[in-house]
Design a protein around this ligand. Structure first.
Ligand SMILES: Nc1ncnc2c1ncn2[C@@H]1O[C@H](COP(=O)(O)OP(=O)(O)O)[C@@H](O)[C@H]1O
Ligand SMILES: [Mg+2]
Length: 269
């Protein structure tokens, strides 16, 4: 059975597609077969990222380990029973196709609450939620008091994950390993950063997620997209000397991959 990784957060711009591409590519580089699905059917950032990679590799004659990206198959709608949802069936059909050929299926979710995203969350063996270092983004996980010190209660996104967990429990599936990673963390020591750290740690035991290290705010993450590259490809495309920021970013990716504790994965890059 393929291990299903879902990357989700209802907030746009949290870094879901960036994290998806890096996790999928890191797994491919470690020798695993990875099929991805982009559920943001409109923006298709992950799909575009993979297409850019294929085009770049073709043009430069390079053969680098890569994940594949797949569209949801069309299905015969007349075969649906009354009340059945077409998207549920398209998602199940996509997973059924990817399952036999892949070790991992990675699903990149849209930055909004959609039926597809909701169903995908209930399929997650591992759920990765990238979170910007901002209380505006934190507000989708939990309500917090005015001082940013006391959790008042769960919020829309964590309630959705809770529902997904209930569905899995009813279906006798193993619980979701929910991992929240902080993304775009400032490199300087800042009051907000420390307050966020405390708030996330407090929330983690309350609503049941693990906290893993994520990426700092680095311009390299924005530059790699047009060529479909990740940090792990830089040496292979002829970058002789990685700069300090790129070395640090690679280390962040390594630490993140280790902290995800994915089954059968040994990190050796
Ligand atoms: N660690 C980071 N450092 C700098 N820019 C980042 C980082 N992570 C993401 N970005 C940028 O932030 C924006 C949103 O990221 P994206 O992965 O598309 O988020 P989402 O898929 O959650 O909407 C993009 O412009 C992306 O290049
Ligand atoms: Mg995205």
């Amino acid at each position: 059975m393929a291990h299903i990784i879902v990357v989700g957060n209802e907030k746009g711009g949290a870094g879901k597609s960036t994290v998806s591409m890096h996790v999928a590519s890191a797994l491919a580089r470690l020798g695993h077969k990875v099929g991805t699905l982009d559920l943001d059917l409109r923006q298709r950032t992950m799909g575009r990222y993979v297409e850019n990679r294929q085009a770049f590799l073709k043009k430069s004659g390079l053969d680098l380990p890569s994940a594949t990206c797949h569209d949801l198959p069309e299905i015969d709608q007349s075969a649906l029973k009354p009340g059945e949802n077409v998207y549920d069936h398209r998602l199940s059909a996509a997973i059924a196709r990817l399952e036999p050929e892949n070790d991992f299926i990675l699903i990149d979710c849209p930055g909004s609450h959609t039926r597809l995203s909701q169903v995908a969350h209930s399929l997650a063996d591992t759920l990765i939620t990238p979170l910007n270092d901002s209380f505006v983004d934190f507000d989708l996980l939990a309500r917090i008091d005015a001082r940013g010190e006391k959790i008042l209660g769960p919020s829309v996104y964590s309630e959705m994950v809770w529902n997904a967990r209930q569905l899995r429990a009813q279906a006798g599936l193993k619980p979701i390993d929910w991992v929240v990673i902080r993304n775009r963390v400032g490199t300087q020591r800042m009051v907000n950063k420390e307050k966020m750290q405390r708030a996330i740690d407090m929330l983690s035991s309350r609503i049941g997620f693990r906290v893993a290290p994520g990426f700092s705010e680095r311009v390299v993450f924005r530059e790699l997209f047009p060529r479909g590259l990740t940090l792990l490809d830089l040496k292979d495309i002829g970058v002789k000397q990685l700069n300090i920021s790129n070395i640090a970013a690679r280390q962040e990716l390594r630490d993140m991959m280790k902290a995800l504790k994915l089954p059968g994965v040994e990190i050796d890059f």
